[in-house]
Design a protein around this ligand. Sequence first.
Ligand SMILES: C[S@@+](CC[C@H](N)C(=O)[O-])C[C@H]1O[C@@H](n2cnc3c(N)ncnc32)[C@H](O)[C@@H]1O
Length: 376
Amino acid sequence: MTSSAQQISNTLQHKITQEINNSGAISFAKFMEMALYQPGLGYYSAGLKKFGKEGDFITSPELGHLFAHCHAAVFAPVLASLDDAVIFELGAGMGSFCHDVLLALDAKNQLPDAYWILEVSADLKHQQQLTVAQLPPHLAEKVQWLNELPQKPFNGIVFGNEVLDALPVEVYQQQGNEKKRLMLSNVEEKLSESWVDFPDDLAQQLAAKQLSLSEGHRSEFIPNLAQWLSSITQQLQSGLVLWVDYGHGSPAFHHPVRNQGSLVCHQRHEANFNPYQSIGLQDITAFVDFTHVAECLSSLGFEIQGFTTQGDFLADAGIANLLDPEGEFNEYFQLASEMKQLMLPTEMGEKFKVLAATKAFEQAVLGFANNKLYDL
Ligand SMILES: C[S@@+](CC[C@H](N)C(=O)[O-])C[C@H]1O[C@@H](n2cnc3c(N)ncnc32)[C@H](O)[C@@H]1O
């Protein structure tokens, strides 16, 4: 670790300590928000290398172009049947998905009117601009970075890969008949955990899930998720929302086998379960409860079109057609290993899921022939 990275981490820890001292204790969600997004200091906000071999993790769009090209196959018929359609991507990382999906849609002669990106990290926005600048001008000029949520009605596709798992979560534990909230305070200059009652609004959100858990079961939820989804989609008049992420439907998410929750941290391609170490230098994520996401979208007037594994989604979207066994051997070999990583159940194929919801859009969405809605 460089001394400047350590300095950033020290400054961030000092800020978190100040925040705790100002209020006595902070929720885990506040801690996670600061650790990941504190301007200039948080994991996603400072200039550290996060993605790829020299970073901490690799995402599907960073493996190569297959993931984005399959999405182009899913997006093209949706774009074709909407007027003035846009693609609105949340949390675009290095901008690779945007780059590759625009090239593939161009080849299909099915470009959106515009490609909007909403990105909370100034550092990643800069990286995305560098990636988009490599596109031919007629594609690069489609991309716009939003400084605020869309204010005008639009038709199109709202998309996010590995964004939901990066939203700050509240942590809770079943204690007797109650679910208690994890708070952090400073004890002898160290972060210390304690459990308290939730404020009414969050208690209601948790109660709405109607969970019956055993004593000591610990888990997480994204606070105010319906509000967040509403703010992103309220101007969408007609179209598709597609979320890809690691997670489960509620029965699997809240299964006793996961009674210690799903928080996981990543640093240099190794996973650990201690969010209080290397603060600001490691990613902190939680698996997604897709039933919660689906219920929030339904309450906002969306129809759930499909929920399936990434492997089945990409198979149905035609990933096999993107490899040419008669083509150049090295390229074929490289694409075949990329496909394995995306598809195999032991790699990303099963852990990652895809949820599709539509609003005022009747057409079936490609990718869900092997729909596993029963797991929601
Ligand atoms: C794990 S990265 C995934 C990046 C990219 N989608 C990919 O697949 O490579 C999470 C991304 O979500 C962004 N992000 C987190 N919270 C966000 C929010 N509330 N709105 C928009 N972007 C957000 C992060 O800054 C980052 O770009």
